[in-house]
Structure formats: C-alpha cells, structure tokens
Ligand binder design. Sequence first.
Ligand SMILES: Cc1cc2nc3c(=O)[nH]c(=O)nc-3n(C[C@H](O)[C@H](O)[C@H](O)COP(=O)(O)OP(=O)(O)OC[C@H]3O[C@@H](n4cnc5c(N)ncnc54)[C@H](O)[C@@H]3O)c2cc1C
Length: 429
Amino acid sequence: MERYDAIVIGAGPAGSAAAIALAREKLSVLLVERGKTPGLKNVFGGRIYSYPLTKLVPDWRDDCPVERFVTKDCFAFMTQDQSLLVQFESPRLASGKAASFTALRSKFDSWLAQKAEGAGATLITEIRVDDLWMEGGRTKGIVAGSDRIGADVVIAADGVVSKFTQRAGLRGEMPPQMVSVGVKETIGLPPETIQDRFGVAENEGAAYVLAGQPSGFLHGGGFIYTNKDTVSLGLVVSSEEVSANKVEVHALQEKFKRHPTIARILRGGKVIEYSSHMIPELGVGTLRRPYADNFLAAGDAAGFLINNGYTFRGVDLAIASGMAAAETVKLAASRGDFSEVGLGAYSQILRREKVLTDLATFRKGSQYMANPRLYSLYPRLLCDIIERIYTMDGGGKKKAIETVLDEIKAKDVSLLAMLRDLMGGALTM
Ligand SMILES: Cc1cc2nc3c(=O)[nH]c(=O)nc-3n(C[C@H](O)[C@H](O)[C@H](O)COP(=O)(O)OP(=O)(O)OC[C@H]3O[C@@H](n4cnc5c(N)ncnc54)[C@H](O)[C@@H]3O)c2cc1C
C-alpha cells in the first residue's frame, strides 16, 4: 500500500506552504488537489501580505506572479449615489517585509504548488479526497475513490467548508452565522487606463474596501483591487442576512457596479470571470482546536481568517499556518509521537508566528461587525453630513458641528448608541 510521512489535502496557499516546508525537511509528502490545476477555481479578492512568503520562499520576488504592488489603500462609505473616500498612499506599503501585492489565484496557487513539487513533494491534481481513513478514532490516511493512502499525519488544507475537520471531530455543523458569501468579477481594462483611473504608477496598485451600498447596506462590504490589466471587484455579505432579507448576491453585485463612482472607474471594462465562494466569519474559535490524533488543520479549514472591516487577511494566515503545521509535523516525527499530545505544539507555534495572537486581537471584532448601524445608518449619516458641508445653495450656512448635530437629529440617531458604537469600534478593531 502507498504510504507517506504526510498527506496534505488541498493545494491552496495553506496546503502548498505546508508541502514545501515538509518536503524541505526530507519528509515524503503527498499534496492532493481536486482541481485540474491548483488555484483554478479558488476565489479571493486580490491582495496578499507577503511577510510569510518571505520566510517560505525568500527569493519570491524573482518569479512570483505579482500583478501590482499595493501602494494605495482606500476606504469608502457609500450610499446609493454618494461616496466618501479616505485614501492613504505610501511607497513603504510596497517595500520590505510589509509589502503586499495583488494576485490572481489561478497563477499564484499554481506557482506555489510548483514550488512544493520543486522541493520534492508529490502533487496530484484532479483527485478529490472523499474521506479520512479512520481506525479506532485515529486518522490513518485518506480515501480517494477506491484508494486508501496511508500517512503518519494528514493536514487538512481544504478550505472553508472543510469536511475533514468535522470528520476528525474538531467541529460540528457550520451554522450560517459562521460564514459569509463572497462574489468577485475580474474586469479587463488596459494597464494605462487602470493607472490613470486609480492614480497609480506602472506596477503599483490600489486596494479599496467599501462599506454601505456594495453589500446592499447589509453586514458585509465591497472590495476593489487593481491587477496588471484587470480589476477585481466584488463583495462579501453575511449568509444569514442574505437569507433573512431574501436578497440575491448577484443582484447586489450588479447594483454595486452601477454605483456612479464605480461605473466611472469601470467604464469600457469587459467582465472576464465571475466567481463566488464562502468565507469563514468567526476566525479563531471555529474549531475546538486545530489538531487531533494524526491530524492537523491549516488555513481556512481551521477558520484562520481576519476580516475586520478594513483589512482582509486569509492567504497570509493560510501560508503561515501551513508552515506552522509542517514545523509541528517535523517535531512530532523527531519524537515519533503523532498523537494529539505530540501535535499539541501546533498551538504554540501558531502563537509564535502571530497567527493565533492576531486572530485573538480581532476576535471580538466579529461581534462588533454584526451591528447593522455600521452598514446602513453610518454610511448615510456621514455622506449626508459631508454633502451638506460642501453644499452652497445660498440658503445660509451653519458651522460644521451644527450640521453634524442637525443630521444626527434628522436621522433620529441615539447619541448614546453612537457613542457606544464608537467606543466598541475603538476597543475591538
Ligand atoms: C470573495 C473573497 C475575497 C477574499 N479576499 C481576500 C484577500 O484579498 N486577501 C486575502 O488574503 N484573503 C482573501 N480571501 C480569503 C482567502 O481566499 C482564503 O483565506 C484563502 O484562500 C485560504 O487558503 P486555504 O489554502 O486555506 O484554502 P483555499 O484557498 O480554499 O484552498 C483549498 C484547496 O483545497 C482544495 N480542496 C478542497 N476540498 C478538497 C478535496 N476533498 N480533495 C482535494 N482537494 C480539495 C480546493 O480545490 C482548494 O484548492 C477572500 C475570500 C473570498 C471568498
């Protein structure tokens, strides 16, 4: 029977990172991917924070399929026809360890999986793992079709709806409030047009997070990332609110594209691709723990994602946790102990690598972000205040603070609730 030191399920960023690090330790690794090629069907907004890549592939800048280095971060509140944009630009956003870049997953995931192969891992594609091979409550390997393949340890890096973490007894059914749904379109535009419209130089890119109208004023938000000759535009919205409000995510995306601000920057663009995917909402706490006997979970499968309203981090945490899983396996192999106790070092390594600590920092943020006022009331309030401040119609002007108080009164906003929201944001985000 075929047997490996480790089997990794899923050649997304978490799985390939784990496979690279394991293969470098001269462990035999099988990386199994159901897609025709890694990343072909994988969906994300578009930005990757590079710090874990620098550790995993120090010379990544030589051949990584970077679209553009992000030098501009923008946050916008939007109503049906208004937008209030806060923009930050710095060359330092694109340099050194803190650099981040936009990417397309079909290219990026394939590149990372090739690095795993280059390091000595065996990659097989177009094979769906059907089940864990379990005996006496322990994971003995994987089941794919009629094949059983054995391993000392299985790393589940199969993404957000990981059936294997459930199978390994690390979580129950995923309730709807634990996931959001995301849609994304890739829209083709000439590079010079992207540079002009987004105010960036060649190779430089912009990242936008937009609150209010893009998610239909529901719990969620929109995003825009600039690639070389495409723009990635989409939105994320709570699955629970989508069903409660009986809205179609596709319809929200269409309205988002028709917003005057967005329609202007997309003018003449051609939709090249449409995709949708689920996203874990709660981050840490999704699993009871990310390991069991002969089993580890990494990336989205373990719920390692931070979406705190102004940053979206999944790929970096996936890579960092994949590397942490590999280090745990190496440690367990040196002790010959792949039991839950032997793999327990995973949590410490994840903390050392700041995966669990960053998740813990923003854990309460997900409760805060469930507040509906953030998506419906505040974008409208802020946009209306700014509109009134900048409007000169001869009707007489008030001081800015009076305008603010007028709008708060007109919208029947409780000052106490506003103060509580402000404090809540300051303390959790
Ligand atoms: C709309 C949207 C926008 C996002 N924007 C960003 C962003 O801008 N930046 C960011 O960092 N993150 C973003 N994310 C999150 C990010 O995409 C994920 O956190 C990241 O992809 C997690 O990587 P992963 O390797 O854990 O899982 P995945 O990327 O989901 O990879 C899992 C892999 O496992 C394979 N697989 C699944 N089941 C099986 C099976 N049974 N057998 C074999 N193979 C299997 C899949 O085909 C896939 O290749 C976004 C997500 C969405 C949905």
